[in-house]
Design a protein around this ligand. Structure first.
Ligand SMILES: [Fe+2]
Length: 213
């Protein structure tokens, strides 16, 4: 027979596990909503970088599908509190997603977007730790858009950051991003807001150009 403390401890740990919403356990609606946000932003960033309709359309498709690997993996992850093991699973989602879009006949460009949307420009990302411009262009675009859309959305463990705070957080991790893509992204956000985004590190002027301080 378990003593009271053991029961309480067991109950509390169960509560923690139940309360902690795993990143693979977002509802389909939440995942689709995130995909649509990334899709719209990626399209606009592609346009801002001067790409044509075909490339931007593919960026939009890739934005919608970039986390489809999570849906595949969600069926394989339990509520087991072994966070480290779960993190290993989460890191598999770009390759799982890549396999899905490849099987489904999407273009090589879209396949690369899905596979490399978690690569960081400084080589610290995954799955292949690609560095700089070795990361396919679409992956670099989705990296910026994905992080911004995630930061500006509610999560089970925090409320959404406002846009200025989200951008400030991204600037702190600027080494994760292709600066050319980041500047285009800044311009898109600036134009949508129709107001200057002022941060301690830099200011975006009226034309949307970045001025470092
Ligand atoms: Fe992802």
């Amino acid at each position: 027979m378990k003593c009271w403390n053991e029961k309480e401890s067991e109950s509390r740990s169960f509560y923690k596990v139940k309360k902690r919403k795993h990143m693979l356990q977002y509802t389909l609606a939440e995942q689709i909503s995130h995909g649509m946000e990334v899709s719209n932003l990626a399209y606009d960033v592609g346009k801002k970088l001067g790409y044509g309709e075909e490339v931007c359309y593919d960026l939009a498709i890739a934005g919608l599908l970039h986390d489809i690997g999570k849906i595949v993996l969600a069926n394989e992850v339990s509520l087991n509190p072994m966070i480290v093991e779960e993190m290993k699973v989460v890191r598999m989602h770009p390759k799982e997603g890549y396999e899905v879009v490849k099987r489904s006949g999407y273009s090589h460009f879209i396949q690369e977007c899905v596979l490399y949307h978690h690569e960081n420009y400084d080589g610290s990302g995954y799955p292949d730790h690609l560095f700089g411009d070795d990361i396919p262009f679409g992956g670099r675009v989705l990296r910026v858009c994905d992080v911004f859309c995630a930061l500006t959305s509610d999560r089970p463990y925090r409320k959404a950051y406002d846009q200025d705070t989200a951008i400030k957080l991204m600037v702190e991790d600027i080494r994760d991003f292709d600066v050319k893509v980041f500047l285009a992204f800044q311009k898109v956000i600036h134009e949508k807001n129709r107001r200057p985004v002022e941060l301690s590190e830099f200011t975006v002027d009226e034309r949307g150009d970045l001025e470092w301080h």
